[in-house]
Design a protein around this ligand. Structure first.
Ligand SMILES: [Zn+2]
Ligand SMILES: [Zn+2]
Length: 308
């Protein structure tokens, strides 16, 4: 990739499309925007699934945009009693074990959603699974393969509002969280060690997503970051609209001391009440960060495995 040191060139390594909860619709729409904005590279990092990668790959290839294989994995860390998002990059997109691992992770979400419906019924808000499937299919009918988008908590909250169970989606969110608490058979997200093993087994890198915000008090700690790096973490997402830009220096110094890399992306999601739409490229991630990612990958796995 040329001109990585040019400060006017940007990348975006954290993008969601309609195949998870993205703001920019189809992969084709994302690829065209990225091309218009002149991005040197992008990564489309859907939540806990990789099934739509062929569509992202095709769209980026047609638009002439460099696509780095990526996925965002919800990770449970029982030792530290927290869960967080991990971004995986540059893994082999055809690695069967990782694809199967992500399918299992997706099953956990589907299972917990079914448990939420059981809790909702007990609370007097019945929703049938088939209703949820129909609502999902309708919402994502614009995708080339809408079936890849499984029912999720956002579709459920919107459906609850339509049914008159809540006046707004934030209230519906509260009710469904209560419902999940009532359920007896809730499963945990994928365990950190299993996530790390699956991604490493596929030749990928592991980046802690948007560290500030939901886990700030834990991850501001250098000690803990050192522990995570010793356990296999490769870096931290530093350029993100989720924390103020004045925190960037703090994280840049932190990764330098700890010896890991920094990445960044807009994390553009759906527009929901109270959550502004996050637009592609908003994080203004310098293109030079791709070099750090590729160098780390080369050092870890050797010169021949370059992901995509
Ligand atoms: Zn996230
Ligand atoms: Zn995200």
């Amino acid at each position: 990739m040329a001109d990585e040191n040019n400060n006017n060139e940007f990348i975006d390594l954290h993008i969601h499309t309609g195949y998870s909860d993205g703001a920019h619709g189809r992969p084709e729409d994302v690829a065209m925007r990225a091309r218009k904005m002149g991005f040197k590279a992008i990564a489309i990092t859907e939540h806990d699934h990789f099934e739509s990668y062929p569509y992202s790959y095709k769209a980026c290839k047609e638009a002439g945009v460099n696509l780095i294989p990526g996925v965002e994995i919800t990770t449970n860390n029982p030792k530290r009693a927290i869960s967080y998002h991990v971004l995986a990059y540059l893994f082999d997109p055809n690695n069967e074990k990782l694809i199967r691992f992500l399918r299992d992770a997706q099953e956990v979400f589907q299972h917990n959603l079914r448990q939420t419906l059981i809790g909702l019924k007990a609370m007097g808000y019945p929703v049938a699974w088939t209703e949820l499937e129909d609502a999902t299919r309708e919402k994502y009918s614009y995708l080339e393969e809408p079936e890849l988008h499984k029912p999720d908590i956002y579709v459920l909250s919107e459906h609850m509002v339509r049914k008159g169970y809540a006046p707004s989606t934030p209230i519906a969110d509260q009710i469904r969280r209560e419902a999940l608490k009532l359920a007896h058979n809730v499963l945990n997200y994928a365990q950190q060690q299993d996530v790390f093993d699956a991604v490493k087994g596929a030749g990928g890198l592991l980046i802690l997503a948007h560290p500030q915000g939901y886990i700030q008090e834990h991850f501001a700690s250098e000690h803990l970051l050192r522990e995570l790096v010793a356990e296999g973490l490769d870096g931290v997402e530093i350029f993100t609209p989720k924390h103020p830009s004045d925190r960037r220096n703090f994280y840049l110094q932190l990764i330098e001391r700890v010896g890991c890399i920094g990445t960044g992306g807009s994390d553009c999601h759906d527009s929901r009440p109270g959550i502004p739409v996050c637009t592609l490229g908003r994080a203004q991630v310098p293109a030079r960060l791709v070099r750090g990612l590729l160098t780390r990958h080369r050092l870890k796995y050797g010169p021949k495995s370059s992901g995509n």
